[in-house]
Design a protein around this ligand. Sequence first.
Ligand SMILES: [Fe+2]
Length: 169
Amino acid sequence: MTPTVTAAAPPFHTRNDLAADTRAAMIVLLNERLADAIDLGLQAKQAHWNVKGPHFKPLHDLFDATNALALEWADELAERAVQLGGVAEGLVGAVRDRSRLPAFPTSAPHARAWTEAVAAAVEFTANALRADIEDATAAGDAVTADILTSIAGAADKQLWFVEAHLEGL
Ligand SMILES: [Fe+2]
């Protein structure tokens, strides 16, 4: 059973003086984005392993770089949740239950389909991060908003890389 992150107050004491309800809301939000980031990492690896064709090498590398970035983002998001007195929930069950990324193909007919699927995953991740910046700001947690802004910027850049590879595929 997946542990709940909807508690009214964070489970752990911290000397951080943000209001408990603000921290609780941010922990929920951060765990949602954590699930997306881990799922993005898994999806990118699926494409990294299985892509084929004349553009194999640049796409193989692009998808591996996407995986590495996603895992960096997951680490930042998870650690922020714990800083706020929460539990970072990065196990496969939590990811399965919470990730809202589009379903990813196990196999795809050609390199363009793999690249389109990775583009859709990065697109979703970037846009969800951006949407949460405003919530974190409105909740009064400028540090979480800054972390989300930083990751969203990197996700936008990675989306550009993936979209650029789609040209001519
Ligand atoms: Fe590899």
